[in-house]
Structure formats: structure tokens, C-alpha cells
Write a protein that binds this ligand. Structure first.
Ligand code: GAR
Length: 227
């Protein structure tokens, strides 16, 4: 007998790439633990030995590997080592979460349309490093965060989910970063869930989401508010 449960898509097997603290990794772990995300983290890989995210992975009994990019002659060779580890762990979807290395075509070809990244700005604004500083320097009233599929460029692949975050007049880099981070922790598990449910389709630059819920009101958010 066929039931709804047996028709449900299986948990997605993730490989998470990090370089730092790993709070997005933690948000994904927590979403899985709360049964909000059908996923299994097969491996966490860091190019920094001291990355806090490696310790988070170990605390949750997730295989954690340090692969030092400085030990390789080229970006491609480094990526080949990462791809080998991801394949060895049976990874299906690669999740970059604060992984501060540009991926080479080796990695992108190995996991085409199966690598996500998150950036602390509304892409294509403020790519690269210090996105929050760039937003403050520019004087935008809104910034935010973006989950996208990785392509050869820097923070410019097809957009999956974005969250808009207002910039406050008295913000500094730390306060804006904290507000954006909180939204990152919501949208990354959300984007992975859409993938796991088989609802994402990349058509050129655009990602179509099957059964996307209507965005609803308000149609626009204005900052500062019109009284
Ligand atoms: C996140 O804010 C992520 O958007 C950013 O690194 C931070 C990692 O935080 N990534 C980029 O800037 C990529 N260009 P975390 O280690 O606490 O998850």
C-alpha cells in the first residue's frame, strides 16, 4: 500500500563547508534536531583548523575534517581534495556556510546546481568580504541576506531565498551584522528544505519554486516609515 509517508522525499545528505564560527551550521543542525528539516549532515569540512564550526560538528557527532588550502599547489587541487571527501561521505548537496574560499570550476562541475552559499547582503549588492561594512558605507536603508546556487562568479549565482533587513540610523557593523545573522539562521534551513522537497528548479538565472506561498502584504516596506 502506498502512503503519503512513503512518497515523502528522503532526507538530503549534506556536506557543509566552513571557515569560521559556524553559526549557520548550528542553525542547520538545530533545524534537523527540531524535525523542521529532513537532512543528514554527512561531513563538515573547514579550511581553518581553529574554525568554531568544527567543534560544533564534533559535539553533534558529525564527521569534521580540516583540509588546509595552503597545502595545495592550486585552487583546483584543493577543490579536488574537497570533492573527494564529499563523494566519500555520499554528499548530495554542498552547503557553504561562511566558507571564505572561491570555488574553482572543478568543484562547480562536480556538484552543478547542488552547491548553495549564503551572503550577508541582498545580492547582487555588496559581494565579497565586509558586506555589512559596504552596506553602511553606501548608506542603504535596507540590506539583508541571500541564499543562492554557486556559480563561477563571486556571490552572484541564481537566488533561492532572500530576507530584507532594515538598516538603523545608529547601526554599526556589529549591530547590522547581528540583525542579518539572525535572518540567515532562518533562511538557510528554509532554502535547504525547499531543495530537499524537490521544489527548486534553476532556469537560467532564475530559480522557480514549486507551490511557493504568496508573499502577501505588505506589498512594499519603506524605511523610514511614512507616518
Ligand atoms: C555569514 O554571515 C555568511 O553570510 C558570511 O559569513 C558568515 C559566516 O557566519 N559569508 C560571506 O560573507 C560569503 N561571502 P557563521 O560562520 O557564523 O555561519
Amino acid at each position: 500500500m502506498t502512503t503519503a509517508a512513503t512518497n515523502a522525499p528522503p532526507p538530503v545528505k549534506l556536506g557543509v563547508l566552513i571557515s569560521g564560527e559556524g553559526t549557520n551550521l548550528q542553525a542547520i543542525i538545530d533545524a534537523i534536531d527540531r524535525d523542521e528539516l529532513e537532512a543528514e549532515i554527512r561531513v563538515v569540512i573547514s579550511n581553518k583548523a581553529a574554525a568554531g564550526g568544527l567543534e560544533r560538528a564534533r559535539r553533534h557527532a558529525i564527521p569534521a575534517e580540516f583540509i588546509d588550502h595552503r597545502g595545495f599547489a592550486s585552487r583546483e587541487d584543493f577543490d579536488r581534495a574537497i570533492v573527494a571527501s564529499l563523494h566519500a561521505h555520499g554528499v548530495e548537496l554542498v552547503v557553504c556556510a561562511g566558507f571564505m574560499r572561491l570555488l574553482s570550476p572543478v568543484m562547480i562541475a562536480a556538484f552543478r546546481d547542488r552547491i548553495m552559499n549564503i551572503h550577508p547582503a541582498l545580492c547582487p549588492a555588496f559581494p565579497g568580504i565586509d558586506a555589512q561594512r559596504q552596506a553602511l558605507d553606501y548608506g542603504v536603508r535596507f540590506s539583508g541576506c541571500t541564499v543562492f546556487f554557486v556559480t563561477e562568479g563571486i556571490d552572484d549565482g541564481p537566488v533561492i531565498v532572500q530576507a530584507v533587513v532594515p538598516v538603523h540610523q545608529d547601526d554599526d557593523e556589529a549591530t547590522l551584522a547581528a540583525r542579518i545573522h539572525a535572518e540567515e539562521h532562518r533562511i538557510y534551513p528554509h532554502a535547504i528544505r525547499l531543495y530537499q522537497q524537490g521544489r527548486l528548479e534553476v532556469r537560467g538565472r532564475r530559480v522557480y519554486i514549486r507551490d511557493a506561498p504568496p508573499i502577501g502584504d505588505p506589498a512594499a516596506i519603506i524605511n523610514p516609515r511614512i507616518p
